[in-house]
Design a binder for this molecule. Sequence first.
Ligand SMILES: [Zn+2]
Length: 105
Amino acid sequence: MKQVPVERNQTVRQQLLTLLEEDVLGVRELSQHLQITEKEVYSHLEHIERGVKASGKRLRVEPARCLYCDFVFEDRTRKKTPGKCPVCRKTRIQRPQFTIVSSST
Ligand SMILES: [Zn+2]
């Protein structure tokens, strides 16, 4: 795997932070927008999650949701996307989405 210079890494993370402060986005959108892999997005998100606490904000995760029956994967608010719905067994799942909000909200 290619090594990404630290400087570029920080720039990408800053951009990611800015995007999430303005919008609610999924990992796919973020990876396309920043031209990094989804794996890299997850890695940045983990750092951001810890980092924003210091400035009184938090990373809010909108849980994955089944597009057929609206089942919400409440217990899976972390980053992994479930493969299929436990209720209707369909695989059209809205993936988790991320945004940065103030801790007080
Ligand atoms: Zn379902």
